[in-house]
Design a protein around this ligand. Structure first.
Ligand SMILES: [Zn+2]
Length: 510
């Protein structure tokens, strides 16, 4: 007998349909699996055979052949166990009356027949729906993400026996996932800019950065509140659109982190990997490539604290995704793309001890300071649009309560700036000032004769590169948008210059 079951494999963050065919015939008793399989998929044979026996289905002494199609896609991961088990049961005639073709099935099984969660269930179920499948059997632990796909009947199963009961159309009672009962209730309070004392200049820089989606670097002594400020940046970013929420949920589903996020991703992510993070941890990868920190920060903030402590090669891999807003991984068996449209926020001490340029307290030698900041390469620095100094808090600021505006108030202004940019860049393939390509700079950041002369002097005085000069103009464009001014004015240029002067101060002291 022959049977066929629909499942899928994740490539990047997309699900590619896979059919599991099983055939049982008389002949030499053997269990064979074919179809361009990675080693862990070949091992499914042993897991499935034992799991079936422990679920009460001993395999007869017959020839069992399982084929995973299409043959040109390499099958990896452990999500094929359950569909293979079901296809074998179907071919053995144990699922009488079941219409296997109407189901999508995914799940890993343990030797005891229990079903374990797998990664990527959300895009898998979403893809199944597009192919016209309306019933999905998934691991119970993955049920909540599968249920984000509307118009599909989702069954969360704990064991092979559960799946058999559903397929046979027998009475079956769905369980609640163990931990889901008291979660999901009430959103935790987001950190708010109103909590921050003083630091008006840095708060302003944060608002400018978010308004044009510019990358931001904060330099300051320990205790100046750089991390507190960075953590509050997501709270002034405009809310995610519905499609962004879904895309982000898919990334977390593929990462296997969906359960931790308790449902649809409604809040912009804030990721702060430690400086010991590996290149793979940052960009993604692995035998079955999964998204890295920069993709988990998609549509949100990637915060790199203690920037010079990161390894040079770790930082260098950020350059491509910062330009292209996605990360590409090339493997022998194919290339994968993960979205990575994040805002980079970095923080650093001005020197190893943290107190430069306060020469009373700084214990670092001139060359030590140069070595410290020199760990950040010029090309990476050129990709930072706004560089701001976070000064130590003045004494009278220490005892003051949070005195600033709320994040909600700031966000209202940011949303207005985003609206202006969206309008202006209608029909372009970018949507924010930070993304204006070099060839369109003159069109969108036009200057008059006096401004040209001023900028020429700045270009020479700050020894700008072409890239950093363009960054400066884009920031000026954002400052103009924040005042709803169609023209860039002199005061916008001078403020933008301030956000560019620090690299001269810290990186090129004579
Ligand atoms: Zn120092």
């Amino acid at each position: 007998m022959y049977s066929i079951v629909s499942t899928a494999i994740i490539q990047g963050i997309k699900a590619v349909p896979v059919s599991v065919e099983a055939d049982v015939s008389s002949g030499m008793p053997v269990f064979e699996m074919v179809g361009f399989l990675a080693s862990e998929v070949k091992e499914a044979k042993e897991r499935v055979r034992t799991a079936l026996r422990n679920s009460g289905f001993g395999l007869p002494a017959k020839r069992i052949t399982v084929n995973l199609a299409p043959a040109d896609i390499r099958k990896s991961g452990s999500g094929f166990d359950l569909p293979v088990a079901v296809a074998v049961l179907g071919a053995l005639g144990c699922l009488e009356g079941a219409e296997l073709s109407g189901f999508f099935i995914a799940g890993e099984v343990g030797l005891n027949g229990k079903v374990q969660p797998v990664r990527g269930v959300l895009p898998m179920v979403s893809g199944a729906k597009e192919r016209g499948i309306s019933r999905c059997i998934v691991p119970l632990a993955n049920r909540s993400e599968a249920q984000l796909v509307t118009g599909v009947q989702v069954y969360g199963v704990e064991s092979i026996c559960d799946a058999v009961q559903i397929l046979r159309g027998e009475h079956w009672e769905e369980k609640q996932p163990a931990e889901s009962s008291d979660r999901n209730t009430g959103e935790a309070r987001q950190p708010d800019f109103a909590d921050i004392r003083g630091q008006y200049l840095v708060k302003r820089a944060c608002e400018v950065a978010v308004s044009g989606r510019h990358n931001l670097l904060m330099i300051g002594q320990p205790g100046a509140g750089k991390t507190m400020l960075a953590m509050r940046i997501p709270s002034i970013l405009p809310p995610l659109t519905e499609s962004e929420q879904m895309e982000l949920s898919e990334i977390y589903s593929v990462s296997g982190l969906f359960a931790e996020r308790e449902g649809l991703m409604r809040v912009r992510p804030f990721r702060a990997p430690h400086h010991t993070v590996t290149v793979q941890g940052l960009t993604g990868g692995g035998a079955v490539p999964r998204p890295g920190e920069i993709s988990l920060a998609h549509k949100g903030v990637l915060f790199l604290d203690e920037l010079p402590e990161f390894l040079g090669q770790t930082l260098e891999v950020l350059r491509q995704p910062l330009e292209e807003r996605c990360v590409r991984l090339v493997r022998a068996y194919g290339s994968f793309e993960f979205p990575a449209d994040f805002m980079l926020v970095a923080a650093m001490n001005p020197c190893k001890c943290g107190y430069y340029p306060d020469m009373q307290r700084c214990r670092c030698s001139q060359s030590a300071i140069e070595r410290y900041v020199g760990r950040i390469s010029r090309p990476l620095l050129d990709r930072v649009d706004i560089c701001v100094e976070a000064p130590p808090l003045a004494f009278d600021e220490l005892n003051r309560a949070g005195d600033g505006e709320t994040s909600e108030q700031i966000r209202a202004r940011v949303m207005e700036a985003w609206r202006i940019q969206k309008e202006r860049y209608r029909g372009e393939n970018f949507s924010h000032n930070s993304q204006i390509p070099a060839e369109s700079i003159r069109r969108y950041c036009a200057l008059d004769a006096e401004q040209e002369r001023y900028m020429e002097e700045i270009y020479r005085r700050l020894e700008l590169t072409a890239r950093s000069y363009h960054k400066l103009l884009k920031v000026a464009r954002t400052l103009a948008d924040m005042e709803q001014s169609e023209r860039i004015l002199m005061r916008h240029l001078t403020e933008a210059v301030c956000y560019r002067s620090l690299d001269k101060k810290f990186w090129e002291r004579g």
